[in-house]
Design a protein around this ligand. Structure first.
Ligand SMILES: Cc1cc2nc3c(=O)[nH]c(=O)nc-3n(C[C@H](O)[C@H](O)[C@H](O)COP(=O)(O)OP(=O)(O)OC[C@H]3O[C@@H](n4cnc5c(N)ncnc54)[C@H](O)[C@@H]3O)c2cc1C
Ligand code: SF4
Ligand code: SF4
Ligand code: SF4
Length: 357
């Protein structure tokens, strides 16, 4: 259906959504996403509440140069050189609820995963998971886009420890939610046949009851993207439907990363492998400015320069609302460079942008 190739960058939940969309392409219509670069992710925040919190502290978002989460602190670096630190516990109240039940720290189903934990300041930790990811990294090294060296034992131990902490803590939250009759469907053990049978019974109203109302929606935008008659819309907070579903359509339920997920896509056994399945892990650098080693941006530039993909799907910044993340589908090197850096709030990734092409 798509005769172009797109590389995407996203949080683990967004990467899982893309994986489901492509795996069930006969039902969802598929996507042009050909390469998935996942980011490590402990939690994410609401843009509205983050903005309000900072305004209460007399900080204007437009005066902020960079955000960073380090050593249990939320660090705000201002353009005037000042640094303001808050304890993570202080901003926990506007962490998104859905993040409490997420057990994927390092984007287990990506081709390549990138984060900072495990590497020295200014470098990125790079996990290669698939043969496709391996070839791209090896070629990007040969072409001088990135450099890599082995991760230290200490770095890897730290990374495993933090991933384990997320998994264990959130598995406890999942047990509590399930005990109080709030389902966490994506963690239920289902095989492929069960997944298909269950999902074929469901439409948007089930998605609303099972995911959205239960505080499990990650705002990935997959439901909006796959809807063949464009009746799903996402505004600031949650997806909603305007109109009647097509008979026999189950696309949104199949695509959503928080409905059932079959063991073949995201095995529950990964909970015992804090970093998921992988081929190798490196400390990586580039000469591009980014949140950490600029490795994500540099890999994307390599993919575009060498025409390995037609465009890339990144998360940029809304020009009228500083630090507000917006999804961008682009083949402009400038836009990819500008998108570098982490925006610590959720963005409906806007898979829809791919559809309107
Ligand atoms: C919400 C969030 C939480 C994170 N938590 C951790 C963590 O706990 N531990 C850790 O080691 N690393 C975490 N990271 C990843 C880390 O912040 C860096 O993105 C990563 O190390 C890559 O750095 P880089 O310099 O190679 O990337 P860059 O070259 O700076 O590129 C960053 C890319 O991230 C994308 N991006 C920016 N904001 C978002 C967003 N909100 N959603 C999706 N994509 C986005 C942009 O498209 C850009 O292309 C988190 C990232 C996000 C977005
Ligand atoms: S659900 Fe939250 S913690 Fe999990 S990957 Fe998505 S943004 Fe990160
Ligand atoms: S028609 Fe209904 S069931 Fe199908 S994708 Fe759209 S909202 Fe979901
Ligand atoms: S309900 Fe829609 S936006 Fe929310 S997680 Fe599911 S697919 Fe993503």
């Amino acid at each position: 259906m798509y005769n172009k190739k797109t590389a995407m960058v996203g949080t683990p939940c967004q990467i899982l959504a893309a994986t489901k969309i492509n795996t069930y392409d006969d039902i969802t219509g598929g996507s042009p996403i050909d390469l998935k670069i996942g980011l490590f992710c402990m939690e994410n925040f609401s843009y509205t509440y983050l903005k309000m919190f900072l305004e209460e502290k007399n900080i204007d978002l437009k005066d902020i140069k960079e955000f960073r989460i380090e050593n249990n602190m939320f660090k705000v670096f201002l353009n005037n050189g000042e640094e303001v630190n808050y304890r993570l516990a202080e901003i926990h109240s506007f962490q998104r609820k859905n993040c409490d039940i997420c057990t994927d720290y390092t984007a287990d189903v990506a081709d390549i995963s990138v984060g900072s934990v495990g590497s020295p300041k200014g470098s990125s930790t790079l996990i290669i998971r698939t043969e496709k990811g391996k070839k791209i990294v090896e070629d990007a090294i040969k072409e001088g886009y990135i450099t890599t060296k082995s991760i230290t034992e200490k770095g890897e131990e730290l990374l495993e420890r933090i991933a384990n902490k997320k998994i264990k803590g959130n598995l406890e939250n999942i047990t509590l939610r399930e005990e109080s009759a709030h389902p966490v469907l994506y963690k239920r053990e289902v095989n492929e046949e069960e997944f298909v049978n269950l999902s074929e019974e469901c439409q948007f109203d089930n998605l609303k009851a099972d995911v959205i109302k239960e505080g499990a929606c990650v705002l990935c935008g997959a439901c909006e993207f796959v809807c063949p008659i464009n009746i799903v819309h996402i505004e600031e907070r949650k997806p909603f439907k305007k109109g009647e579903c097509e008979e026999n359509c189950h696309a949104c339920y199949f695509a959503c990363p928080r409905t059932f997920v079959s063991d073949e896509i995201l095995p529950n056994s990964l909970d015992k492998k804090p970093l998921g399945e992988y081929l190798s892990i490196y400390v990586a650098n580039s000469n591009v400015e980014g949140q950490d080693g600029g490795v994500v941006t540099s890999l994307l530039l390599y993919l575009l320069d060498k025409k390995i993909v037609d465009d890339v799907f990144v998360v940029g910044e809304d020009e009228n609302n500083p630090w507000k993340p917006i999804p961008k589908l682009t083949n402009s090197v400038e836009e990819v460079r500008e998108a570098g850096g982490t925006k610590y709030s959720t963005v409906p990734i806007g898979f829809k942008a791919l559809k309107s092409e």
